[in-house]
Design a binder for this molecule. Structure first.
Ligand SMILES: NC(=O)c1ccc[n+]([C@@H]2O[C@H](COP(=O)([O-])OP(=O)(O)OC[C@H]3O[C@@H](n4cnc5c(N)ncnc54)[C@H](OP(=O)(O)O)[C@@H]3O)[C@@H](O)[C@H]2O)c1
Length: 238
C-alpha cells in the first residue's frame, strides 16, 4: 500500500537501482490470471520501475494458480526477478509446489516468539524455500515487548527486546522483515550482529511458542472470510 511513495523515494534517494531490493505483493482481490497481469503492470507503474526484485502472493486464497501463471510470465519477461508465496503452511505449500513451474524461493509467514512455525520451517528447509518472517514484532503488540523472559535475555545482552527477537530469528536462519516509522528504531533493528544468543536463550524463547493464540491463522474460516472480503485498492476495479 506504499508503492507510490516507495517509487518516489527510489527516484530521489540517490542509490543505484541495482543496490536496492524491492519487494511487493499481489492482494487476494487480484487473484486470477488477468487481474494479476493488470496488478503487476500497475505495481510497476506505481513504483516507476521496469523490474521488481521479489513479487509475492499475499495469501493462498482465490485463484492463486492463475495468479501464479501471470507472475511466472512476468518472471520470464524479466519484469520480476523472483517469486514468493506468503502465509502457506506446509501441506498447502506442498500442494502448490506440485502444481507450479517456477518454484517460490521464499514463504513469507507471520513469525515471532509466540508463533514460531517450527514444523513449517523444517518443511521449508527440506524444500529449499527461505523462511521469511513478517510481523516479527506481532505488529507492535506490546505484550511481546513486556514478556519477562525476553526482557531478562535483553538485559543480559544489553540489548532491547526488539533486538533479541530479530537476533533469535536470524539465528534460526529466518530472514526478518520488520517495519518502523522511526529512524532510531531502524538503526536499533539493524544493530544485531555484534552478539549471539546462547543455546539456553534460544531454548527459553522456544518455550514461548503459542500457535493456538494466533488470531491471524488462515486455517480459521473467519480469518479467511475477512481476508477474502478485504479491498486494498479500488482504482483498477473501475
Ligand atoms: N505477507 C503478509 O501477509 C504480511 C502481513 C503483515 C505484514 N507484512 C509485512 O511485514 C512487514 C513488517 O510489518 P508489520 O507491521 O507486520 O510488523 P512488525 O515489524 O511486527 O511491527 C511493526 C510495529 O512495531 C513497531 N516497532 C518496530 N521496531 C520496533 C522496536 N525496535 N521496538 C519497539 N517497537 C518497534 C513499529 O512501531 P513504530 O513505527 O512506531 O516504530 C510498528 O508499530 C511489512 O513490510 C509488511 O508489509 C506482511
Amino acid at each position: 500500500m506504499n508503492e507510490i511513495e516507495v517509487g518516489k523515494a527510489i527516484q530521489n534517494c540517490g542509490v543505484n537501482r541495482e543496490d536496492l531490493f524491492i519487494t511487493t505483493k499481489l492482494w487476494v482481490q487480484d487473484a486470477g490470471y488477468e487481474k494479476s497481469q493488470k496488478a503487476i503492470d500497475a505495481a510497476l507503474q506505481r513504483l516507476q520501475l521496469d523490474y521488481i526484485d521479489l513479487l509475492l502472493i499475499h495469501e493462498p486464497m482465490g485463484d492463486i494458480y492463475g495468479q501464479w501463471k501471470a507472475m511466472e510470465e512476468a518472471y520470464h519477461a524479466g519484469n520480476v526477478r523472483a517469486l514468493d508465496v506468503s502465509n502457506m503452511y506446509a501441506a498447502r505449500l506442498m500442494d502448490f509446489l506440485m502444481h507450479v513451474n517456477v518454484k517460490p524461493v521464499i514463504n513469507q509467514i507471520r513469525t515471532n516468539p509466540y508463533f514460531q512455525h517450527q514444523d513449517t520451517k523444517q518443511f521449508m528447509d527440506q524444500y529449499d524455500i527461505v523462511h521469511e518472517a513478517h510481523s516479527p514484532f506481532s505488529q507492535g503488540n506490546h505484550q511481546l515487548f513486556e514478556n519477562e523472559i525476553l526482557l531478562k535475555i535483553a538485559s543480559k545482552h544489553h540489548k532491547s527486546v526488539g533486538q533479541i527477537i530479530l537476533r533469535w530469528l536470524i539465528q534460526r536462519g529466518i530472514v526478518t522483515l520488520t517495519r518502523t516509522t522511526h529512524l532510531f528504531r531502524m538503526k536499533e533493528n539493524m544493530d544485531i550482529f555484534d552478539f549471539c544468543l546462547t543455546d539456553e536463550d534460544m531454548h527459553q524463547i522456544s518455550l514461548l511458542d503459542d500457535p493456538q493464540g494466533n488470531t491471524f491463522d488462515n486455517r480459521n474460516p473467519n480469518v479467511v472470510k475477512r481476508i477474502c472480503l478485504n479491498r486494498y485498492h479500488y482504482d483498477e476495479e473501475k
